[in-house]
Ligand binder design. Structure first.
Ligand code: GKR
Ligand code: MG
Length: 429
């Protein structure tokens, strides 16, 4: 007879604020503190699983509601989480919505909000189940096909410090020109061993960013380079940049907003285009793939709905001959563990994944991951293979209680330094 399936007896969603450096992007600059939400589920057998997702108000509100709703559910009931989230929050599905400026992740839809919250509960459930069975999460997903997952060094133009007093400080210094970008990359290469680099663009006029990529190519001959202006350029500018950097870039990421513009850039240049802005949900796949607007989809298990949903995305991409890589946003080690497990089970993953993790000096796990030769080992320990650091969680939660930062707002953060700053229209150049 089959053993009884463990049931969830307790679940929680804990908001935290994590320190973030002044990283620049097309919209503005990162705030000193970014909200994240740490999800825990506990089963009737005493196993505890953890998950991590966005901590902005609407995500936190839904996560708090869903934490109540999952109590009593079998820990294996992953397929029911989405419906549970919709009914728990009284939300109706809504795939048509506006561009989401928070985090530059394409359109803001309730569907994506639900998927982002569900992902943390799915992962916490898999972590708890794996802990119960003594199996790593990758085994629950069909088994790893690689022992380590390669990540790319995520370069940002940045200021040395935030323009406010109550802000975290670090010793990276400013990077506002090609020399600064190359110096940042050299430190990434030395400290983490990254073999590929992505530069967050859309910050300076395109010629300056072309110069930075060319400086990187000179400093790191043969290394794989990417440039991502988050839809900051017109089609004409994108075509010019793509032609100028032909042969230098591994791929060009979201040069211009929208499927039509991306398809035109592809058609006029033949450049390989990646996205985390025009294909951010299953609903967006048909039009984008039919138009050949993207050749590499940057998956993100948070807003695609979790680890099983990421594998479903991989199947879509495989079917249409589109490649898969991985997007990231400011995150901690629970997310990195989940990213690494899911990346380890997708055979067709050919590109190094993005991660913001090196920019964070804090974590909520007892043993933060180590990057060796730019890669993170896939854990074979039960569950995600991470242990929640309860003291660290309490400290970062206490910061959330004490401070009033609640939602990511790069435009508002930029306004502190430049009072006239408003959200730039995309495309900007
Ligand atoms: O952290 O500023 C940032 C990034 O711009 C992030 O918000 C994006 O979502 O990393 C992301 C990207 O690849 O576009
Ligand atoms: Mg991107």
């Amino acid at each position: 007879m089959a053993r009884p399936i463990p049931r969830i007896v307790r679940a929680s969603a804990t908001p935290i604020l994590i320190g973030d450096p002044p990283l620049l992007n097309v919209l503005g600059v990162h705030q000193p503190y970014t909200p994240r939400c740490i999800v825990e589920v506990e089963t009737d057998e005493g196993a505890i699983g953890v998950g991590e997702t966005y901590g902005d108000t609407e995500y936190l509100t839904l996560a708090t509601t869903l934490a109540e709703s999952v109590v009593g559910q079998p820990v294996t009931a992953l397929n029911g989480l989405t419906d549970l989230a919709y009914s728990a929050a009284g939300l109706a599905d809504d795939a048509a919505a506006e561009f989401d400026p928070a985090g530059l992740r394409g359109r803001r839809t309730k569907t994506k909000l639900v998927r982002s919250v569900v992902s943390a509960f799915e992962i916490a459930s898999l972590d708890a189940l794996g802990t119960t069975l003594g199996l790593p999460v990758h085994a629950l997903l069909g088994g790893k096909v690689r022992d380590a997952v390669e990540y790319s060094g995520y370069l940002f133009y940045r200021w040395a410090n935030h323009p406010v007093d109550a802000a975290p400080v670090d010793d990276w210094g400013a990077a506002l020109d090609p020399e600064g970008v190359v110096a940042q990359a050299k430190r990434f290469a030395t400290d983490y061993g990254f073999g590929s680099f992505k530069l967050k663009g859309g910050v300076f006029p395109p010629d300056e960013e072309i110069a930075a990529i060319k400086a990187l190519a000179r400093a790191f001959p043969g290394q794989l380079l990417r440039l991502d202006p988050n839809g900051g350029w017109t089609v004409a500018t994108s075509v010019r940049v793509a032609n100028d950097l032909d042969g230098t870039l591994e791929y060009l990421e979201d040069p211009t907003p929208g499927v039509t513009g991306m398809a035109e850039v592809r058609h006029r240049t033949g450049a390989l285009l990646a996205t985390n802005m025009v294909v951010t949900s299953f609903e967006e796949i048909p039009a984008a793939f039919a138009a050949d607007a993207v050749q590499v989809v940057l998956s993100d298990h948070h807003y695609w709905g979790g680890l099983t949903a990421t594998r479903e995305l991989a199947a879509h991409c495989r079917t249409y001959g589109v490649a898969l890589s991985m997007h990231s946003n400011t995150h901690l080690g629970i997310s990195l563990a989940a990213m690494t497990h899911v990346a380890s089970v997708v055979p067709e993953l050919r590109y190094a994944c993005d991660t913001h993790r090196p920019w964070q000096t804090e974590d909520v796990i007892t043993e933060p991951h180590v990057f060796r030769n730019g890669a993170v080992d896939v854990s074979d320990s039960p569950g995600l293979g991470v242990e929640l650091d309860r003291d660290a969680l309490a400290t970062l939660h206490e910061r959330w209680q004490r401070m009033d930062a609640r939602d990511r707002d790069d435009v508002a953060a930029m306004r502190i330094a430049e009072p006239e700053w408003t959200q730039p229209p995309l495309p900007r150049w």
